[in-house]
Design a protein around this ligand. Structure first.
Ligand code: 4LI
Ligand code: NI
Length: 183
């Protein structure tokens, strides 16, 4: 799990396939390993030891699997508290999205993109997400702000889209009317 596919690998530009339930043991293991990667990457000492860059989301195509699965681990703003969103999501669908746009004030990074690509990545501030867990149970979750942005970034990976595709190359830091900056 320590080799993440890098930009240029065609798996990052293809549409990932839906998974069928029940998932295979291999598929379930992959989900748990993806979440473990995020946990380890967010631990300063372990990340240094294993030379990992920190992430809050990881999609299956980034570990070489062209399937519709992603791990998301958005820590709480206050440690002590449980994570803002921590799930392995399978076959996600965005059911609805706010008109209100939002972007990370510092721009986005991606474990598959080694270079920093400056610019705002405008997304929807709030989404209603349908997804399945590893056991095949259906969930509907409303997300906003940072967790919503991360899920949209991971959802894009399942459709062969990378964050910098959304950056306005002429005006990298232009805000649309009514767009909010997160941080
Ligand atoms: C250490 C321990 C500054 C620059 C701030 C780091 C624990 C950028 C932000 C983390 C930026 C943790 C992140 C994403 C950005 C920048 C992802 C640090 C890990 C901040 C996550 C998917 C975009 C997600 C906020 C070019 C690998 N993550 N920062 N973007 N953090 N992290 N994205 N943006 N500027 N990327 O990258 O996981 S959505 Cl939690
Ligand atoms: Ni990414």
């Amino acid at each position: 799990m320590d080799d993440i596919t890098r930009d240029g690998n065609p798996v990052l530009r293809s549409r990932a396939k839906e998974l069928n339930f029940p998932l295979s043991t291999k598929e379930i293991e992959m989900g748990h390993k993806m979440m473990e990667y995020l946990e380890v990457s967010q631990d300063e000492k372990l990340a240094e030891k294993y030379h990992l860059r920190a992430g809050v989301g990881l999609a299956a195509p980034q570990v070489g699997s062209p399937t519709r699965m992603a791990a998301v681990l958005v820590p709480a703003e206050n440690e002590e508290e449980p994570a803002a969103f921590k799930e392995i999501i399978v076959n996600p669908t965005i059911l609805s999205e706010s008109v209100q746009g939002a972007a990370l004030g510092t721009g986005e990074g991606c474990l598959s993109v080694d270079e920093d690509v400056p610019g705002y990545v405008w997304r929807h501030d709030r989404i209603k997400l349908r997804w399945f867990d590893l056991e095949g149970n259906k969930h509907i979750t409303r997300l906003k702000d940072y967790p919503a942005i991360v899920v949209q970034h991971e959802f894009d990976h399942l459709n062969g889209v990378l964050f910098y595709d959304h950056i306005n190359k002429d005006k990298r830091f232009e805000a649309p009317e009514g767009g909010v900056l997160i941080n």
